[in-house]
Design a protein around this ligand. Structure first.
Ligand code: FAQ
Length: 327
């Protein structure tokens, strides 16, 4: 047995170099880390932060689309949108469950979201103004989510990696339903095509920003890559997404709102124009156009659900007491 080290009352760690080296060797050998395994406190905290934020994003991400369920243009579209929004709720639940294996409770995570301490994806702070936004969210936002999440299926932390496998399958379906909505509009009347173009103009840059800051400004990337939580950097994933999406927009005969978008033969990918990082950080810091509404709606849902949580807990306690009495 080797010594692991100590965690101080202030959260500081004194993990032995021997322990850290042994842990890194497991990571380098592509072993999965499971909840009961010894792990550096920084690894645990990074995962709680990332998985928690990911879970919040899935749950808050239900709101912009939920806004259109009652206004979907046909029964078929309504059924598909309902199923999609429900899937996102399921993704949030798998992710909260994965984070809970690291010793954090769902109540704690929710309180951090509602107090503004925990983040959720910047993309969900924008409004859904027309039906075309629902198509573009499926195409671009789910498309970006897939690009980011496929590598997370190989994340070194077992419960997160396993949750991602099912999530990615469902996100692929979402991406296709979104693309099909946009294709229908783009091939429809001039007014429908203009609506699709307008939605694309508004969602393109926020989708590009979803991948996070440029690598040089990404605080966590180096350590997360070393721990194989992340397998690609923010810029690498952003580039893959742009390269995959440009031909899709060309096929739809829609224009991506970036005059600097140009194929670069030498790098074998597209160059793009400058990203408005001031806007990104404003949104991330809670000043996005819909930020107040999103948190207000989440708080209302959490408060309204209190009686369900209390009833479930009382039921579980009763069952437990009966079981103990019978033993
Ligand atoms: N929004 O050092 P990095 C979906 C923060 S799910 C807000 O690069 P990291 C499904 C970052 O947290 C979408 N904050 O950080 C769906 C950090 O702040 P912190 C969510 C952002 O963790 C579709 C700081 O900036 N997906 O869409 C963002 O190494 C349709 C420095 O950044 C995930 O969460 C941002 N965009 O890399 C649902 C995937 N970017 O925490 C409904 C898992 C960065 O120190 C409808 N997460 N920040 O306070 C990840 O892959 C990573 O966490 C990144 C950020 C890539 C998001």
């Amino acid at each position: 047995m080797y010594s692991q080290g100590l965690i101080g009352a202030d959260g500081s760690t004194t993990e032995t170099p021997e322990f850290l080296e042994r842990f890194q060797r497991r990571i380098d050998a592509e072993e999965k880390i499971e909840p009961n395994d010894a792990m550096p406190e920084g690894y645990r905290r990074t995962l709680v932060r990332q998985i928690g934020q990911h879970a919040h994003s899935e749950i808050v991400g239900m709101l912009p689309e939920g806004n259109w369920i009652t206004r979907a243009p046909s029964l078929r579209r309504k059924a598909a949108l309902l199923a999609k929004v429900q899937d996102e709720g399921g993704h949030g639940l798998y992710l909260y469950a994965a984070a809970e294996t690291l010793g954090v409770s769902r109540e704690q995570m929710t309180e951090e979201l509602l107090s503004g301490k925990a983040k959720y994806s910047s993309i969900f702070n924008y409004p859904t103004l027309t039906w075309a936004d629902i198509g573009v969210i499926g195409w671009l936002v789910d498309g970006a989510a897939i690009m980011n999440q496929i590598p997370l299926c190989r994340c070194s932390f077992g419960p997160y990696a396993r949750a991602m496998i099912r999530v990615c399958k469902e996100e692929s379906f979402h991406q296709r339903q979104g693309y099909e909505i946009v294709m229908t509009l783009a091939q429809g009347t001039p007014a429908q095509k203009a609506m699709a173009q307008d939605a694309l103009n508004r969602w393109w840059w926020p989708s590009i920003m979803m991948f996070g800051p440029h690598d040089a400004d990404s605080e966590h990337s180096d350590q997360s890559m070393a721990w194989k939580i992340k397998r690609f950097t923010n810029d690498e994933l952003r580039q893959k997404f742009i390269d995959a999406t440009v031909p899709q927009a060309e096929y739809l005969d829609l224009t991506l709102p970036d005059p600097d978008l140009k194929w670069n033969e030498d790098k074998g990918g597209y160059d793009h124009g400058p990203i408005d990082w001031d806007e990104f950080w404003r949104v991330v810091k809670g000043h996005g156009p819909m930020a107040k509404d999103r948190i207000k709606d989440r708080k209302a849902a959490w408060d309204k659900g209190a009686w369900v949580r209390e009833a479930a807990l009382a039921h579980a306690e009763k069952r437990c007491a009966r079981k103990i009495a019978a033993e």
